[in-house]
Write a protein that binds this ligand. Structure first.
Ligand code: GLU
Length: 469
């Protein structure tokens, strides 16, 4: 039997990192089993779904490594409404479901407000279908439902504790629980790998599989993803959108490596490993069922390592969108024609060891591409203390007289200027750095000046000197 798995996002917002994790796990599992990965967009909640979210999910999947030609679909749940209704009809015809006209208030009046479930009032009333009547599944009074879960063993649920749940609303539209099952059946899904949040739905869904006469899939409920306070990652509180990480300059390779470490680790004492190792070693059954901590700091450090490991030309190419502003990435603070690819290539190796996400390239190199540096006033105040004006004068004089404009000569000149004033190089550098780059920290100064060039460096030193008059 061919293994068929699916990833079934609802396009109601940005693509959640937890979803990306589940998608990768499904995709690897399918690949390992020689199976098929199906993408199904669960778009039945018309009020909350937007086509652009769907497009966003597809492109984010592609970015993370799930290319469009490696899966079947996308299928759209809304296209299967006929199958959902037919299944509801079959369950009713077989006596496995019944119509109910109870209002929530009526149920609560009978059961007391503490009880959240349904009391089975309409079970034996034999109501025919009608406007405003919901269809409820008649759950078995006895026995247990055993969910076979590759990660959690065999969670077992008492049937008598499962309420007669709604499968179609009063307007006849099937609910998520049923649509999701019918689609999995229609698409021949053999393994449902999804987030732990759905585990409470699973016994109900398995009862639907049984009632519809099809062998249920094998389940795998992967751990919930939590923040440092052990709270479930939420889009209101935490940074959860894969697109946000992408646009900030996380590398897809780092991101997917990190996502796969949520609840699992490769062999040896390794975390950063080539994707081929993950594809080979990942075992769904080894995934830890406890909540997985999404550690942004660790991800950041990870990303820095991935950035440092890039060949320089790839690093240069990877930075490009932040330097020229493309797609969803914010434009840089300079005009497109001010960008100088050669100047960037010259400083790129210096930047590569210093940044953890690609967007950080911008404040490191903006001094090269702006007509005037963006002066950070706090940095200015700190660097331009007593003696700064004289030091700048001396630097201008020394640099004007320089024969060769190279980092080595720029350094020794300033070293000498500092020494005359009893200043160590670090102290002597500070006013020069702020005058030229606008900041107190940045790329190595003398290499920066070499790339910026004689004229622009001198002009900035003079402009700073004028400000100090
Ligand atoms: N559309 C559901 C979700 O995004 C999928 C549930 C499932 O994977 O079965 O949570």
């Amino acid at each position: 039997m061919t293994v068929r798995v699916r990833f079934a996002p609802s396009p109601t917002g940005m693509f959640h990192v937890g979803g990306a994790r589940s998608a990768l796990q499904n995709w690897i599992f399918a690949k390992q089993q020689g199976g098929v990965f199906v993408l199904r967009v669960e778009d039945t909640d018309a009020a909350r779904n937007k086509p652009e979210w769907t497009e966003g999910i597809l492109s984010a999947l592609e970015w993370i490594g799930i290319a469009r030609d490696t899966y079947e679909g996308p299928y759209f749940q809304s296209a299967y409404a006929g199958e959902h209704r037919a299944a509801a009809g079959r369950l009713y015809d077989a006596g496995r479901a019944y119509y109910c006209d109870c209002t929530r208030e009526a149920v609560q009046a009978r059961t007391g407000s503490q009880y959240q479930g349904y009391d089975g009032f309409c079970r034996d009333r034999g109501l025919p279908p009608g406007e405003g009547r919901a269809l409820r599944f008649r759950t078995p009074d006895e026995g247990t439902t055993v969910v076979v879960d590759l990660i959690r063993g065999e969670p077992t649920f008492e049937n008598k504790l499962i309420e007669d749940f709604v499968i179609a609303r009063g307007d006849g539209s099937p609910v998520f629980l049923l649509a999701n099952v019918v689609d999995d059946m229609t698409m021949g899904i053999t393994h449902v790998i999804r987030a732990e949040e759905h585990l409470p739905n699973t016994p109900k869904q398995q009862l639907l599989w049984d009632a519809l006469g099809v062998k249920p899939p094998v389940w795998a409920h992967v751990p919930v993803v939590v923040n440092e306070k052990r709270q479930k990652l939420s889009k209101r509180r935490d940074k959860v959108a894969l697109e946000a990480y992408r646009d900030e300059g996380y590398l897809a390779a780092a991101m997917r490596n990190y996502l796969m470490l949520l609840g699992w680790a490769p062999s040896g004492d390794r975390e950063i490993v080539p994707w081929s190792v993950i594809e080979e070693e990942f075992r769904l059954a080894e995934v830890n069922p406890s909540p997985a901590f999404f550690d942004e700091k660790k991800l950041r450090a990870f990303n820095g390592e991935y950035i440092r490991a890039l060949p320089v030309d790839e690093f240069v190419a990877a930075c490009r969108p932040w330097l020229t502003g493309t797609g969803t990435i914010a434009p840089p603070p300079w005009q497109p024609e001010e960008f100088d690819a050669d100047a960037f290539a010259a400083v790129a190796p210096l930047a590569q060891t210093r940044i953890a996400v690609l967007s950080e390239i911008v404040p490191n190199v903006d001094f090269l591409f702006l007509a005037d540096p963006l002066i950070d006033e706090a940095a200015w105040a700190k660097a331009m203390k007593e003696g700064a004006a004289e030091l700048l004068d001396a630097a201008v004089a020394g640099y004007t007289a320089l024969e060769s404009w190279d980092a080595e000569s720029l350094k020794s000149t300033l070293e000498a200027v500092g020494a005359e004033r009893g200043l160590k190089l670090g102290k002597a550098q500070a006013p020069v750095r702020v005058a030229v780059t606008g900041r107190t920290v940045g790329l190595p100064l003398f290499e920066s000046l070499e790339v910026l060039g004689r004229e622009r460096t001198l002009a900035r030193l003079r402009a700073a000197r004028l400000r100090l008059v």
